[in-house]
Design a binder for this molecule. Structure first.
Ligand SMILES: Nc1ncnc2c1ncn2[C@@H]1O[C@H](COP(=O)(O)OP(=O)(O)OP(=O)(O)O)[C@@H](O)[C@H]1O
Ligand SMILES: [Mg+2]
Length: 405
């Protein structure tokens, strides 16, 4: 149906003054017939337009519904099993639960058995996932250049050196390894307590090379993309191969590679599948070429030892809590842009902050700045640091969880 149909020609009436009465009557009759035909035609067109209008109204309300659904965050992935007359049978990934759900007619038309869809927790279909791109883009963060530099990291010279040898050199000077005749490490695992600079180190290496940096958070894999873990791991390595040279960074790897637990919930099975996929990707990666793999965890104790076998994460780098010199360096780094009074002795602050992580030292500096602001000053004094220290240690004794590392 054309959206703007052309109007029928307007009938004309020619009444000659010389016409006889009869002739006039005949002409008028003919004209009447013409006019009636046009009237009918116009009435048809009007009806078409009305039905088109209601179609469009429906489309608008469907779109509004979809829009509403999209505004709430998508949570689960499911596969369309079957289309019934007006409903859709879905199978959720992860727990394999089957549900029958309603869909808008618009979405219904787009769906086919086998499609992967995103559903919310009331099983309403939010979007149909594109076969190829699917959840990949959301789960993996690709950034060409993180902004962390080695100079921003305090007290980890040895660890930085090790990471550079294990990750940077194979990418930038592969001939070094060829000449000596050894294979570069398969994967590098950074482990240590929270807030000590593991993520920072991975970012700094990526910054140093021209490699594409592909980051994936283990916890997101199992929490946000339920049922998709194994597939996403496969996609991750595929993506890296497409974009080499590349650095794959799996943060919080403990979320997908922890020791098998006793419980047999579906969540565990899912985590297992994800880990198995990771292991097989790493094993099948002999011809790895220009791809380096770094992982980080603050739960080394929880890791399944299978991932530490040769050919997998076979280079372990411990990132400890900073010692006194490290703490002083970190304090210098995080106070560089602060307006410090000349009397401040950061060495003394470092002495008093035994057991602080880099992240805690950073917040200590911020806290000291807050005391200066509260006091209406623009310069941060020794006393501000003492107040900050007192506040932080008070908070600590008031129930901060004990480090489990
Ligand atoms: N060695 C360090 N030098 C300078 N800043 C640091 C250092 N360690 C931590 N920080 C500060 O703490 C923040 C958190 O560090 P980071 O994310 O690297 O910790 P992490 O070791 O990955 O911790 P988690 O195990 O909790 O993931 C950094 O953004 C940085 O500001
Ligand atoms: Mg981290």
């Amino acid at each position: 149906m054309s959206h703007s149909p052309s109007l029928p020609d307007r009938p004309t009436l020619d009444l000659d003054p010389d016409m006889s009465e009869e002739e006039r009557l005949a002409a008028l009759r003919e004209h009447y017939i013409d006019v009636s035909r046009v009237h009918e035609e116009l009435a048809d067109q009007l009806e078409d337009a009305r039905s088109r209008q209601s179609e469009l109204r429906e489309e608008v309300s469907d779109l509004q519904e979809e829009n509403e659904a999209l505004k709430t965050s998508s949570l689960y992935i499911a596969t369309v099993e079957e289309l019934t007359d007006d409903q859709v049978l879905l199978k959720q990934h992860g727990n394999n639960q089957e549900v029958l759900t309603d869909v808008s007619p618009r979405l219904y038309q787009k769906l086919q058995a086998g499609d992967r869809v995103a559903i919310n927790d009331s099983f309403a279909i939010q979007t149909v996932l594109d076969q190829e791109t699917d959840a990949r883009a959301q789960a993996m963060e690709i950034s060409e250049k993180p902004t962390v530099h080695y100079e921003d990291i305090g007290g980890l010279e040895e660890q930085i050196q090790e990471v550079r040898e294990a990750v940077e050199d194979p990418l930038t000077n592969p001939e070094k390894f060829q000449q000596v005749g050894i294979e570069p490490p398969s994967g590098v695992l950074l482990h240590g307590p929270p807030g000590t600079g593991k993520t920072m180190m991975a970012k700094a290496v990526a910054n140093q090379t021209d490699a594409t940096f592909i980051k994936m958070a283990g916890s997101e894999l199992v929490q946000k993309f339920i049922g998709e873990g194994a597939r996403l791991v496969r996609d991750l390595f595929e993506l890296a191969a497409e974009r080499e040279p590349a650095i794959i960074f799996i943060d919080e790897i403990d979320a997908i590679a922890s020791k098998r637990t006793e419980s047999k919930t579906s969540g565990d099975a899912e985590v297992q599948r994800t880990m198995m996929q990771l292991l097989s990707e790493m094993d099948g990666f002999d011809q790895r070429g220009d791809i380096s793999i770094i992982a980080a965890t603050n739960r080394f104790d929880m890791l399944d030892r299978a991932i530490l076998r040769p050919g997998r994460f076979d280079r372990l780098i411990e990132v400890p809590e900073p010692d006194i010199e490290g703490r002083e360096q970190i304090l210098h780094i995080h106070t560089k842009k602060m307006n410090l009074s000349p009397d401040i002795d950061l060495e003394a602050v470092a002495e008093q902050t035994e057991g602080f992580s880099g992240a805690e030292l950073e917040s200590l500096a911020t806290e000291a700045g807050m005391f200066a602001i509260r006091d209406g000053r623009t310069e941060v004094t020794e006393e501000d640091f003492e107040d900050a220290l007192e506040k932080v240690s008070r908070e600590e004794s008031a129930g901060k969880p004990i480090a489990f590392y």
